[in-house]
Design a protein around this ligand. Structure first.
Ligand code: GLN
Length: 312
């Protein structure tokens, strides 16, 4: 249940909120017009354990769109459905060293570099099951709801805003049609990708989704086994090397947690076997990562010695 009564963790998260509340820097994403309406002062932190305890402070119950934090979950789904070999034909596992919306494909195979950048995520979106677009939309909604442990819906205004302005993503999808990396109508694939990015979540939801990855693919609240442990390993590996875009190397060096960020200001980080952490703070830096979110994760990692490569 909600562990607000267990004071030490809750108090620590409240202290982090106070410590970083006044941090300036970054700005709310506005290339998707609807996202520019976010309140730059919003700030929430949540932590969920693999035992199903959750701790939420600040604006942890405020709703925002998941954006790229959705990418690991779609990748896990694709692996679970088709296996490694088939998924590797559509998307690689190599960091790009470039921005999240990079239009570059791998030269020898014409394949998107990894599933954490837009190109790779669009290729992965094509792998959603269903005979019709309505079925695929429903299946995707069900997938994310299972990870969160409650029914999630789509923010229609953000979806329409992305669909109307996402020409760079459209260019990426058509280029992948040209190279044979996607085979269906790019407009349908993009429609699903834009809806995927427009799923409404709270910071608390993201911490439970993170805890599901920390818990080998089983949602700690519902007991629902969503992805097999072997594929959770793959998801966490790619999050570790690519989840924070062209900041991933520095993130791994400083924080040492597989993580994923999104342009709406969410960050989700996983401490395997232990907890999922999430932060919501909409001002993002030049890499597309939440400014206060990065600071919170740096603090948690160093203050609890949670870096993955810290020898105990
Ligand atoms: N929907 C956004 C896009 O495709 C997701 C990007 C992100 O969160 N980094 O541009």
């Amino acid at each position: 249940g909600d562990g607000a009564a267990i004071a030490p963790i809750h108090d620590y998260l409240s202290e982090l909120l106070a410590r970083f509340a006044d941090v300036e820097g970054g700005s709310v994403a506005d290339y998707i017009p609807e996202l520019s309406k976010a309140d730059p002062r919003a700030f929430g932190i949540a932590l969920s354990t693999v035992d199903g305890e959750t701790y939420s402070v600040g604006d942890a119950f405020q709703t925002f769109t998941i954006q790229s934090v959705s990418k690991p979950f779609m990748y896990g789904y694709a692996l679970q459905r088709f296996g490694r070999e088939a998924v590797l034909r559509h998307v690689g596992v190599e960091p790009t060293g470039e921005a999240f919306n990079s239009i570059v494909l791998d030269e020898s195979e014409n394949r998107p570099f990894n599933p954490m950048v837009n190109a790779g995520a669009i290729a992965v979106a094509e792998l959603m099951g269903g005979d019709t677009q309505d079925e695929r939309i429903a299946n995707m909604g069900e997938l994310f709801s299972r990870f969160a442990g409650r029914p999630l819906d789509i923010n229609e205004a953000v979806f329409q805003s992305e669909k109307a302005t996402g020409h760079r993503n459209r260019a990426i999808a058509y280029m992948m049609l040209n190279t044979g990396m996607i085979e269906r109508d790019p407009e349908d694939v993009l429609d699903l990708y834009f809806r995927q990015c427009s799923i409404n979540v709270t910071c608390r939801d993201l911490s439970i989704m993170a805890a599901t990855l920390a818990n080998d693919g089983t949602n700690p609240l519902t007991g629902d086994q969503i992805i097999a442990p072997e594929y959770v390993r793959d998801v966490l590996t790619v999050m570790n090397s690519c989840g924070m875009y062209n900041y991933a190397g520095q993130w791994s060096y400083e924080v040492g947690m597989p993580a994923k960020s999104g342009v709406s200001g969410g960050i989700l980080a996983v401490i395997p076997g232990q907890v999922g952490v999430s932060v919501y703070a909409p001002a993002i830096d030049g890499h597309g990562n939440s400014v206060r979110g990065v600071k919170v994760c740096q603090a948690i990692s160093s203050e609890f010695e949670l870096h993955a490569f810290h020898n105990r």
